[in-house]
Design a protein around this ligand. Sequence first.
Ligand code: SF4
Length: 330
Amino acid sequence: MNETALSCANLSRYYRTRDGLLSRPKWLKALDNVSFELSAGQTLAVVGESGCGKSTLARVISMIEPPTRGQLVITGTAVAEAPPRSIRTLRSRIQIIFQDPYGSLNPRKKVGSILQEPLIINTDLSRHQRRDAAAAMLDRVDMRPEHISRYPHMFSGGQRQRIAIARALMLKPRIVVADEPVSALDVSIQAQILNLLMDLQASLKLALVFISHNLGVVHHIADHVLVMYLGRTVEQGAKQTIFNQPLHPYTRALMASTPFVDPSRRAKRVVLTGELPSPLNPPSGCAFHQRCPRAQDRCQHERPNLRDIAGRRVACHFTEQQSIDDRSGD
Ligand code: SF4
C-alpha cells in the first residue's frame, strides 16, 4: 500500500465580493467542502466545466491560496498547524504546472536560469551543482543540452510545457498539480506531454492531481476521478467505476458529450443544456436542479449530501433509482 501523499478534508475557499456597486457584500463559494486522499504514484483527475472550482482547488492544494475552511495535509503534515519554518519545505513538496507554459515562464530568463531559480531559493547547492541538476532535468524531459541557454520564446508550446514540467520537478516534489496542462497545446502534441507526465509520475512515484475538462484525457491518465459542480463534489471514485457506470446526472451529461464513450451507452445518457449558474447566486437545493433531467420537487429545496453508493460517493437524492434503472436498461 502506497503512503498517502495528499489529503484534504472539507476544503473550502470563499471570497467576499459584491454583485454590483451598491449591493451588499456576499460570499462566493468557489470551493466548498471538497475531501479526498491521494497516494504516491496515483493520479486524481478533477473534472467539470469551466467555473466549477477546479482551478481554485488547484491553487488551494498548491498552497498558493489558503483555504477558508477545512484541512490540507501534505505528506503527513497538516499545513495549518505547521510551524512557519517548515512552510517552505511543505511548499517544495507540492508543485503546480499551469495551462499556459508561456505565461508561466519568465521570457527574460534563459532556460538554465529558470530551472535553477527554485534551487537558489530553496537549497544550498553550489552554482556548479545547480547547473548539473538543471541539465539533468532538461534531459529527463527529453530536451537537448543546448536548449539550456535559450529563451522561452525560442520554443514551441509543447517544448515550453516540457520546460515548465522540468522546473516543477527541480525541488523533487512528492505531489504535482497539473492545471489543464495540455489544453493550450495542439492535439498532436498533447499525447506526448501526457505520456511524459505519466512516465515521470511512474519513475518518481509522484502523486498527480490532474485538472481537466476533457474526459478523453482523463480516461487516459487517471486512477481516480472527482467531478465538481459549482464548487462542490458531485461524484468521486475509481476511474473504472465512474466511467463504467456514472450515476450523477451531471457526470452522465459530461460523458454524453465525450466522443470516446461507447455509443450504445451514450444514447442512454443525458445531454447537458443551459449555462453553469453564477456561484454568487447558486440555485437553492441541489445546485444542478435547473439543468437536471431527473430533477423533482425535492431537488429545489433540499441539497443532497455526498453519500457512499455503489462503490463511489455521489451527491444526488435519486442515485439508487438511477442504479436500478441502469440495471433494468431504462
Ligand atoms: Fe438531479 Fe435532483 Fe439528483 Fe440534483 S438531486 S442531480 S436535481 S435528481
